[in-house]
Design a binder for this molecule. Structure first.
Ligand SMILES: Nc1ncnc2c1ncn2[C@@H]1O[C@H](COP(=O)(O)OP(=O)(O)OP(=O)(O)O)[C@@H](O)[C@H]1O
Ligand SMILES: [Mg+2]
Length: 350
């Protein structure tokens, strides 16, 4: 992975194997998401008591927060097999018929990126989820006949980063929807301490806190930064990830105290220093940092907005007072500079 991708929430292909080794295996091991965890725990226990498969579960939230991990945990807690596929992999309704008719009773079917499933396959899912039935259509046109096929009772676990793109009928067929939220620093510290133990990395409490604070609320990023910091600790220090080692390592990798990388900072610097905090149009801002507008909008801006550093307004992008402070500038001076009208000088002594 290049340094640019260090704080991306999306997993690199070669990262998957590494992540597999760090996945929590049970609900009890799963850190944070208190509410979701408690609700799931009750739901799974109820299903176990009735000896029935649990309701279908929709996991929604940004990348890297633990949706896939939770899906695997659900199967494991129910002691049933897990079948994994994804929306884009189900191209035709027939693909889904093959999967559904092969399910063993009680099995968990994990459908990742469910918002990308093809329409005919989605329609097939309705009856499968509701009545454990698939209607196989034979022939075409007026002579076509639908043959209902019974399938084993199963639990569908759908995951999506874009729940807004799900159709109403599909969303309604889930008995339980879990909204995953970003993790707070303390939870990320727990994630890091756990991962460090699994990887055999020595990390101090304030070393973990330093990495956690730069992980953008995302366990995947925390685990990735941990690997970089571990390398640095082994090569440049005595192997222990202390506060100082974490700071020095993340300076080398251009991840700042808030978890901004080089591009994020370039965008923020341009907005604040070149355009006095804005408002400035996206295209102009992109030219100023030498990037495509799409890159600025899709890669840098979402986190800058979430971190409260940048706002999108009808007149263009503006920097918030926190952005000035983060760059070591006085927000009052900066925000006065934003106005087009000359302002009277303020006596700095009062
Ligand atoms: N609550 C948690 N406790 C410990 N580790 C976690 C937790 N949530 C996620 N992780 C770690 O973060 C990594 C990413 O998690 P996971 O793959 O489950 O995320 P995801 O939501 O499915 O992401 P994507 O949307 O990209 O598919 C995994 O390596 C996992 O070990
Ligand atoms: Mg996933």
């Amino acid at each position: 992975m290049d340094v640019e991708g260090l704080v991306s929430p999306v997993a690199e292909p070669q990262e998957r194997a590494f992540e597999a080794g760090l996945r929590p295996g049970t609900l009890a091991e799963f850190i944070g998401q208190q509410k979701v965890r408690e609700q799931l725990m009750i739901m799974l226990e109820g299903a176990r008591a009735r000896a029935r498969p649990p309701d279908h579960v929709l996991l929604s939230g940004p990348p890297g927060l633990g949706k896939t991990s939770l899906a695997m945990i659900i199967a494991r807690e129910m002691a049933v097999p897990l079948r994994m596929t994804s929306g884009p992999a189900v191209e035709r309704a027939g693909d889904l018929v093959a999967i559904l008719t092969a399910l063993a009773p009680g099995e968990v079917l994990f459908l990742d990126e469910i918002h990308r499933i093809a329409r005919p396959a989605e329609e097939l899912l309705y009856a499968a989820m509701e009545d454990f039935r698939v209607d196989v259509v034979l022939g075409k046109g007026p002579g076509a006949t639908a043959i209902p096929l019974e399938i084993a009772p199963f639990t569908l676990v759908g995951a999506t980063t874009r729940s807004g793109l799900l159709t109403g009928p599909l969303r309604d067929r889930f008995g339980f929807t879990a909204h995953m939220d970003f993790y707070d620093t303390n939870e990320l510290i727990d994630v890091l301490v756990r991962s460090a133990a699994l990887l055999g990395v020595h990390i101090t409490g304030d070393g973990a806190a330093e990495v956690a604070g730069r992980s953008r609320g995302t366990p995947r990023i925390a685990n990735r930064l941990l690997r970089r910091v571990r390398d640095y600790a082994e090569v440049r220090a005595d192997g222990v990830v202390t506060h100082e080692v974490a700071q020095a390592a993340l300076r080398v990798y251009d991840v700042d105290a808030l978890g901004l990388d080089r591009l994020d900072r370039a965008v923020l610097e341009a907005l604040v220093r070149r355009f006095n905090g804005g408002p400035v149009g996206l295209a102009t801002l992109a030219v100023a940092v030498g990037e495509e507008p799409d890159t600025v909008e899709e890669v840098a801006e979402p986190f800058l907005v979430r971190a409260g550093l940048l706002a999108r307004t009808p007149r263009g992008r503006i920097a918030t007072p926190a952005a000035f402070t983060h760059l070591g500038l006085d927000p009052v001076e900066g925000l006065l500079g934003r106005s087009q009208v000359p302002l009277p000088l303020i006596d700095s002594d009062d």
